[in-house]
Design a protein around this ligand. Structure first.
Ligand code: ADP
Ligand code: MG
Length: 464
C-alpha cells in the first residue's frame, strides 16, 4: 500500500544518511587522529579536550593494603573496597554495592548530591568485615571515579568542566569535585581521604593494565562514551610541567565531544541534540552511546507514524515521549530470534502502547534498530582506529617482533548489546586488515574501573 511504501521510504532515507562505508570510517579515524594532535598541542585547540590526568604510572601489581573506590558517572554509583596483596596475592578480597541515583538529585544542588553519596559510603564502610585490614594508624583512602569532564589540577583534585549524560547541577560546575566530596564526607562523619580522582576510562585503563601489561587504551561504551590512552609525555606540547619519570602520561580524551563533518548526522540526531540538556555538545556521544540509541529509534518510528501511518491512523501518543524507548529495550528487540518476533511485539505493546503489530512491521523495527546500532558500533571502531593511528600501532613494523596491543573495553552498552560489540570488533578488523588485526585485541575489562581507581589510590597513597 501507499502507506507502507512511504514508511519504507523514510526508513531507507534514514539508512542512507546513516551510512558508514569503510572510506567514511577512514575519514573519521583520520579526523580523530588530527583532533588528538590538536587537543594535545594547546588548551582549547580542539573539541577533544585531551585532558592530562596526572596519572603517569599505571598499576604494577605491587599494590598492597585496603582501599576504597567510588564510581559516579551514570545512573548508578558503586562503592567498592578491596584488599590488595601485592605481586603474589593480588586481589585478596573485594566487595561492592551499587546504588541508583534518585533522578531529582541529578538536577538538584551539589551538596544534596554529594551528601547522598557520602551517606551511602558511610553505610558501606560500616559493613567492613574482619577480612579487611587497615594498617594501624592509617586513614582509609579512596579512589574517586568521576566520569564527567574534569579539569584535573593534581592527581587528587579537579574542577568540573560541565555535566553530561542527563546531569545538570549548576552550582557544581567549576568546583573541585574532590573538595565537594570531602566536605560531604565530613558532614556525614566518614573519615576517608580521596587519594586519586580519575574517570571511568582511566580506572578501566588502570584495572586493565593490572591484569594485562599490553593494555594501552580504554574505551567506555555505557550511558555515555569516552576513551583514555597512554601517551608519551614529550608528545604533549601543552604540558609545561616536569616530564614524569616514566616518560608517560595518561590522557583522558573526552572523545564523546568529538565532532567532524565526516560524521553521518541525520535530522533525527539534530533534533535530539537541540532538545538535549547540552545542545551542540557531545555530538559523537549522541550518535553512539547507550543514553541515546533508543531515542534515535523512537524518533524515526515517530516520523514513520506521523507521515506514513506506520502504526495505523492514530499516532501512538507514547511515541512522542522523549527517552521512553531505552537502549536495553531496543537491544532486546534487535536480538529477538523468535520466528514471529514476539519480543518486538511485546516491547512495542508494553513500552509504546502499540498492539497487534504485523510481522512485517516488527521486521522493519528490527531493521531500524540494526541501522542505529551498526552506525554507532562502526563509528566507535573508527574512533579506536584513530587512537591506534596516533600511537603508530595501526601498521605492522618490518623486522620487529609483533607488538601486542590491548584495548580495555567496558560499559553496559558494550557488555550487553552483543550485536553492537560484535559489529564494533568486526569493523575494527576490517579497518586494520587481517595481518595487523592479529596483534590488536579489544577485551572486555569487567568493572575494571572500580578496581582501577582503588589501585590508583594505592599507588598515590599518603603513606609510603
Ligand atoms: P554508566 O555508563 O551509567 O556508568 P553502565 O556502564 O552500566 O553505566 O552502562 C549503562 C548503560 O548501558 C545504560 O544506560 C544503557 O544505555 C546501556 N545498557 C545497559 N544494558 C543494556 C542492554 N541490555 N542492551 C543495550 N544497552 C544496555
Ligand atoms: Mg560507568
Amino acid at each position: 500500500s501507499g502507506r507502507w511504501a512511504r514508511a519504507m521510504a523514510i526508513l531507507r532515507e534514514f539508512e542512507e544518511k546513516c551510512g558508514t562505508p569503510i572510506g567514511k570510517l577512514r575519514q573519521v579515524a583520520d579526523a580523530m587522529t588530527v583532533e588528538m594532535h590538536a587537543g594535545l598541542a594547546s588548551e582549547g585547540g580542539s573539541k577533544l579536550k585531551m585532558l592530562i590526568s596526572y596519572v603517569d604510572n599505571l598499576p604494577t601489581g605491587d599494590e598492597q593494603g585496603l582501599f576504597y573506590a567510588l564510581d559516579l558517572g551514570g545512573t548508578n554509583f558503586r562503592v567498592l573496597r578491596v584488599q590488595l596483596g601485592g605481586k603474589e596475592r593480588r586481589v585478596i578480597k573485594q566487595e561492592f554495592t551499587e546504588v541508583s541515583i534518585p533522578p531529582p538529585l541529578m538536577v538538584a544542588s551539589s551538596s544534596e548530591l554529594f551528601d547522598f553519596i557520602a551517606e551511602e559510603l558511610a553505610k558501606f564502610v560500616a559493613t567492613e568485615g574482619e577480612d579487611f585490614h587497615l594498617a594501624p594508624g592509617r586513614q582509609r583512602e579512596l579512589g574517586f571515579t568521576f566520569s564527567f569532564p574534569v579539569k584535573q589540577l593534581s592527581i587528587a583534585s579537579g574542577t568540573l568542566i560541565r555535566w553530561t549524560k542527563g546531569f545538570s547541577i549548576e552550582d557544581a560546575v567549576d568546583q573541585d569535585v574532590v573538595a565537594e566530596l570531602t566536605k560531604a564526607m565530613e558532614r556525614k562523619g566518614v573519615d576517608m581521604r580521596v587519594a586519586a580522582l580519575v574517570n571511568d576510562t582511566i580506572g578501566t585503563l588502570a584495572g586493565g593494565r593490572y591484569i594485562n601489561n599490553d593494555v594501552i587504551a580504554a574505551v567506555i561504551l555505557g550511558t555515555g562514551t569516552n576513551a583514555a590512552y597512554v601517551e608519551r609525555a614529550n608528545a604533549i606540547p601543552k604540558w609545561h610541567g616536569l616530564l614524569p619519570k616514566s616518560g608517560e602520561m595518561v590522557i583522558n580524551m573526552e572523545w564523546g565531544n568529538f565532532r567532524s563533518a565526516h560524521l553521518p548526522v541525520t535530522e533525527y540526531d539534530h533534533a535530539l541534540d537541540v532538545e538535549s540538556l547540552n545542545v551542540g555538545e557531545q555530538i559523537f556521544e549522541k550518535i553512539i552511546s547507550g543514553m541515546y540509541l533508543g531515542d534515535i529509534v523512537r524518533r524515526v518510528l515517530c516520523r514513520m507514524a506521523e507521515e506514513a501511518a506506520f502504526f495505523g491512523d492514530v499516532v501512538p501518543p507514547k511515541l512522542k515521549v522523549p527517552f521512553i524507548l531505552r537502549t536495553p529495550e531496543m537491544s532486546a528487540m534487535h536480538h529477538d530470534t523468535s520466528s514471529d518476533l514476539r519480543v518486538v511485539g511485546s516491547k512495542l505493546k508494553d513500552i509504546l502502547g502499540i498492539s497487534n503489530t504485523s510481522l512485517k512491521t516488527r521486521k522493519a523495527v528490527v531493521e531500524l534498530c540494526n541501522i542505529v546500532a551498526a552506525r554507532g558500533a562502526r563509528l566507535s571502531a573508527a574512533g579506536i582506529m584513530g587512537i591506534l593511528k596516533k600511537l603508530g600501532r595501526d601498521t605492522v613494523k618490518d623486522g620487529d617482533k609483533p607488538q601486542k596491543t590491548v584495548i580495555a573495553m567496558d560499559g553496559g552498552l558494550f557488555e550487553h548489546y552483543t550485536k553492537f560489540s560484535e559489529c564494533l570488533e568486526s569493523t575494527l578488523k576490517e579497518l586494520l586488515g587481517d595481518e595487523v588485526a592479529e596483534n590488536i585485541v579489544v577485551e572486555h575489562a569487567n568493572d575494571g574501573s572500580g578496581i582501577g581507581a582503588a589501585l590508583l589510590a594505592a599507588s598515590h597513597s599518603q603513606y609510603p
